[in-house]
Design a protein around this ligand. Sequence first.
Ligand code: FAD
Length: 475
Amino acid sequence: GAADVEYDMVVLGAGPGGYSAAFRAADLGLKTAIIERYASLGGVCLNVGCIPSKALLHVAAVIEEAEHVHSAGISFAKPSVDVDALRKHKDGVIGKLTGGLAGMAKARKVDVIRGYGHFLDPHHLEVEETTGTSQDKTGAKKVVKFKQCIIAAGSAAVHLPFIPKDPRIVDSTGALELRQVPGKMLVIGGGIIGLEMATVYSTLGARIDVVEMMDGLMQGPDRDAVKVWEKQNAHRFDNVMLKTRTVAVEAKDDGLWVKFEGEGAPAEPVRYDMILQSAGRAPNGKKIGADKAGVIVGERGFIPVDAQMRTNVPHIFAIGDIVGQPMLAHKAVHEAHVAAEVAAGHKAAFDATVIPGVAYTHPEVAWVGYTEAQAKAEGKKVDTAKFPWAASGRAIANGADYGFTKLIFDAETHRVIGGTIVGPSAGDMIGEVCLAIEMGADAVDIGKTIHPHPTLGETVGMAAEVAHGSCTDLP
Ligand code: FAD
């Protein structure tokens, strides 16, 4: 059929994967368009994910810090919270970033086509135009022809089938809208997203219960780090129900009545004012008509790709949440650059040794590469070096002496292959461990690198010195 517009490169979805791919493709000389159903660029991460959650977590951290200095003789009045102003502040943060992206698209002459895109065949997408700030369809349609395409359509929150529709029941997107500060809130799913939102809402005054199917909160990092986190956060929670699942929710006028099953399940239904569903995210692979283009989509909706981010159809690539775990923005961006460069004829491949994970809670938990648990499970011989922040002057001064920095080394090569940090700013510090792993650094390389004193980052160097036995700072 006849196309309304034609491009060298069309990117489906304008999240961190999509906009990074489009900008790189345009910079490399391809005539590029992005198709996006939302009014603004930035996808989940900028609009309803990484950035708004961090804007709110920053406010929560400031309140926490203010309480911390009480023991140092400084007292503030109980904070008064204007939720409407806080929401505006958060929206302002998002606006600065999405506005910046729109400018960057314009500067590169990347066309933004607003609407739902789905494949018609291996070289055409149909876009159903959307309007306003929402995803309302106008009824207008456009056919877009492409030489090459990058699928970056992301993921969406999983909604448990037995949970009714009710304004008091939200997913992370709804929670970030800050429409209510409940008295009692249930968080379904004790992963990073659930715990970040629990941190925000508890700081605003809600009492929190968490229900988690697995035997611990925050799957991913080693349990010693999670234990530190749990101790620091115990004050937020009335009940943490592990190895337990929600089996029924009844929405009544007097509240949401929830039944549980499992090891931590209360005998009677429990009443809540608000429920957050954060039991995982599912890829959007089955919602874009991929079969029409001949693109294989796996059973769970992930699109299989090779190291060059190509799908089974060589001129169609896929990147970001839609191609697999971990569903993280920094992974999406790196995959985006590979896909765009390959599409432009460059030799590139996705070859990351490690992808870091961070819980931006209070304290933060950050980890990368091997954990002790993973090494044990694989029977890999490792050496572990742990530097307790109780021996860090800066951590003591900051009231964060409960934290630690742990490095994992390959027992044979002595190279660093993993790291876990728990404490304020752990996420900012883990980058050094990522670099060390990518560069093949060993304990001597890290330990002999002069870190600034007194900083929390210094604990990475100290942990390396622990590993080669030259640390003189331990008590
Ligand atoms: P997305 O960001 O999901 O973007 C996909 C885009 O495609 C969307 O804008 C969508 O509207 C559009 N789209 C989909 N289908 C169509 C279609 N058919 N037509 C037109 N447009 C379409 N990651 C981190 O690294 N750090 C964090 O701190 C972090 N915090 C998070 C907090 C929350 C609450 C959530 C939910 C996620 C968080 N994430 C975080 C994960 C991060 O947001 C995702 O990994 C990232 O957004 C994935 O990028 P993407 O480009 O693959 O897709």
